[in-house]
Design a binder for this molecule. Structure first.
Ligand code: ADP
Ligand code: MG
Length: 311
């Protein structure tokens, strides 16, 4: 596999839970990415940010509660911070891995805004839990401030935000220019900072765009050939977690839609990946998606493992 344009979407297991862990883990994450570059492909890196944006949000909240001079930090700003924090580690590790292989390729992170529709129905139904857990009393206080609070599986109350669908990537021309120049671009981190258009303004909204959907949208916009989603499992399964589990090597869009209807993919984890893969693979002839684990990425790319989704 060479000379293709590939969007690689990294999951939570590629990043870790604190700065030390993340700095170590991304060294491993960089290897399959650089393998692809070494084989002659153009690689664009996307990633999630769930634990990281949660950590930043919690730190800012705790600090603004205890110290008068720390302002409360809006969620889109927390998302921007997470893109910088994760992008810094990723671009550093990818750069080092490239240099170790005597490859002189520039790497950069783009703080990326992803445009969502202000009329997206997700705004009427906030469903994505973010940040820390609160008691009933604290949650009632926050509700008065306008936050939507929901009980989360018996663990306490959490703020929930909408998860709208990505429509466009605000920095797409910059991304395309860098790609054409041969740079490795890290973009749409955490699904991108969600913004709505208002005339000349892009206004950040407290929401979370699924990174799998944002990666698929980005791959469409930049006319990629492949979308590779690297996660914690080597393949997609039907009857996942059951005795008659069946791991899949290939999946047509029709089969994938049938399995979705039958409820084989968990919402919030595997379902958005399969939906994102379907959207990308179905968007133009010759495009396909691969879902596999970070550890098996090299074999997956060679066609030896993982689940391929194509028309
Ligand atoms: P990421 O951080 O990569 O987005 P997620 O935890 O959101 O990872 O989604 C990947 C997880 O989805 C897997 O680790 C697995 O536990 C779960 N999963 C749910 N349904 C399936 C399925 N049908 N086949 C494989 N994995 C599944
Ligand atoms: Mg996920």
């Amino acid at each position: 596999m060479g000379k293709n344009k590939i969007v690689v979407a990294l999951g939570g297991n590629a990043l870790g839970n604190n700065p030390e862990e993340q700095r170590e883990l991304v060294k491993e994450t960089a290897k399959p990415i650089v393998d692809l570059i070494e084989a002659g492909n153009t690689v664009i890196v996307a990633h999630g940010n769930g634990p990281q944006v949660g950590m930043i949000n919690l730190a800012m909240e705790t600090s603004s509660k205890s110290k008068e001079h720390t302002p409360s930090m809006p969620f889109p700003e927390c998302g921007a911070m997470s893109q910088g924090y994760i992008g810094y580690h990723l671009q550093n590790a990818i750069r080092e891995e490239l240099l170790n292989r005597n490859m002189d390729v520039p790497v950069a992170t783009i703080i990326t805004q992803v445009i969502v529709d202000k009329d997206d129905s997700a705004f009427n139904n906030p469903s994505k839990p973010i940040g820390s857990f609160y008691s009933k009393e604290e949650a009632d206080e926050l509700s008065k401030k306008g936050y939507v609070m929901k009980e989360d599986a018996g663990r306490g109350y959490r703020r929930v935000v909408p998860s709208p669908k990505p429509k466009d990537v605000a920095e797409k021309e910059t991304i395309e220019t860098l790609i054409e120049k041969g740079h490795v671009v890290i973009t749409v981190g955490g699904g991108g900072i969600p913004v709505v258009k208002d005339g000349n303004k892009l206004i950040g909204v407290p929401a979370v765009i699924d990174k799998d959907f944002a990666s698929s949208k980005l791959a469409e916009i930049i006319d990629a050939d492949y979308l590779i989603i690297l996660t914690a499992v080597e393949k997609i399964a039907i009857n996942y977690g059951k005795p008659d589990v069946k791991w899949l090597d290939k999946l047509s869009i029709d089969e994938a839609n049938k399995y979705i209807k039958e409820g084989h993919f968990a919402p919030g984890s595997m379902l958005p990946k399969v939906q994102a893969a379907i959207e990308f693979a179905g968007s133009k002839e010759g495009r396909s998606a691969l879902i596999t684990s970070l550890e098996k990425a090299a074999d997956g790319i060679l066609g030896k493992t993982g689940t391929r989704i194509m028309i």
